[in-house]
Ligand binder design. Structure first.
Ligand SMILES: *Cc1c(COP(=O)(O)O)cnc(C)c1O
Length: 366
């Protein structure tokens, strides 16, 4: 990751075209209307169609993705756009049965009503699943919250052989740590709400893809459905992205240390981190990811022990998101995920790792 030129290119994306006296940081432009004396030659016409501050962020993300990007007001807005742009009545979509649960709710509550059938497959079974008759295969790897990994290239080959498109939710990794489009995915969707924003203060999402026809439909969906990001949110994400690589380096390095020490702790069971050599995800993760991420999952004895640990640990915020500067922990069973009552998802932040580990160890040992 530290030798990744894309990040340097991203940091200097405005530099190439700055004129004397231009602001280095992008201006926050919230204008809904633009001077339009006739329709010809205007880069911007109306705020729902395009906004200067969205384009600054899309340019950053496009450099990281190596593909055109369309921005959305949340990760779910991006996922919806990708699904509505690629599915129609009578189609079947394959969804991970253990991935981010809101995507399954969207399929159950809305796509089903439009005649789209969903079939559910475990992330670990995706590589060998039967995709016959599917129009879209949707993959999330590593899956949230179980941290199972599937080989994207294998799933892409099998999806294409069955005549299906592959959409990969890359939220847990970001474009810096995993490149699904290079591995054969047709579209990437991601919640920039997580590590890319990074400061727990902005909802954002994007779709990336190299098929111009599909991306035109994704952009048209945004314009017609009116699911448009706000200018301020785009501006905040632009700022967050400027430090993404630095934050991720710290978070991944700390996560490795914490995962190893949790594994050795007598009160902790079932530690999952793709970077642990004994983890079922390790082999594929090592081959297709450039680092192992900042999410760890583990189990304590039961609900009471897990809640007490989360209450006691002074360096964990008890939030339901991840990827922020603060380490955060949550008992996922409270949302109905199919996990043990004592299952905790830990998002490692940017705290100095020894301070973080002492706080975790004290809370475990208390
Ligand atoms: C959070 C998340 C989303 C949804 O993102 P929002 O910005 O909250 O809409 C989608 N997929 C995964 C894997 C997530 O973790």
């Amino acid at each position: 990751m530290t030798n990744d030129r894309r990040f340097a290119d991203m940091l200097h994306h405005r530099g190439q075209r700055l004129g004397q006296g231009d602001p280095v940081a992008p201006p926050l432009v919230s204008a809904t209307t633009y001077h339009l004396a006739g329709l010809e030659g205007a880069a911007f016409k109306y705020g729902r169609m395009a906004m200067p501050t969205w384009e600054e962020v899309e340019e950053q993300l496009a450099i990281l993705e190596g593909a055109p990007v369309v921005g959305f007001p949340s990760g779910m807005a991006a996922i919806s756009a990708a699904l509505f742009a690629t599915l129609s009545a009578g189609d079947t979509v394959i969804l991970p049965e253990d991935g981010y649960y809101t995507t399954r709710l969207l399929a159950d509550r809305f796509l089903a009503g439009f005649g789209v059938k969903a079939r559910y497959v475990a992330t670990t079974a995706m590589e060998g699943a039967d995709f016959t008759g599917a129009a879209v295969v949707f993959l999330e790897t590593p899956s949230n919250p179980g941290l199972d990994v599937a080989d994207i290239a294998v799933v892409a080959r099998r999806a294409h052989a069955a005549g299906a498109r592959l959409i990969v939710d890359n939220t847990t990794m970001t474009a810096l740590l995993q490149r699904p489009l290079d591995l054969g995915a047709d579209l990437v969707v991601a919640a920039d709400t997580k590590a890319p924003g990074g400061h727990s203060d902005v909802l954002y999402g994007h779709v990336a893809g190299r098929d111009a026809g599909v991306m035109a439909r994704v952009a048209e969906w945004r314009k017609l459905a009116g699911v448009v990001p706000g200018a301020f949110e785009a501006w905040l994400l632009h700022r967050g992205l400027e430090t993404l690589e630095v934050r991720l380096s710290r978070m991944c390095a700390s996560a490795m240390v914490v995962a190893e020490r949790l594994s050795a702790h007598p009160r902790v069971r079932a530690v999952r981190y793709p970077g642990l050599a004994g983890d079922p995800s390790y082999k594929v993760a090592q081959a297709q990811m450039s680092d192992f991420g900042f999410l760890i999952s583990f189990e304590l004895e039961g609900e009471a022990e897990a809640e007490a640990f989360l209450d006691r640990c002074r360096y964990l915020t008890q939030t339901t998101s991840f990827g922020g500067t603060h380490s955060a922990g949550e008992r996922r069973a409270r949302w109905g995920d199919a996990v043990a009552p004592g299952f905790i998802r830990l998002s490692v932040g940017v705290e100095p790792v020894e301070a973080l580990w002492s706080a975790l160890a004290e809370a475990l040992d208390a």
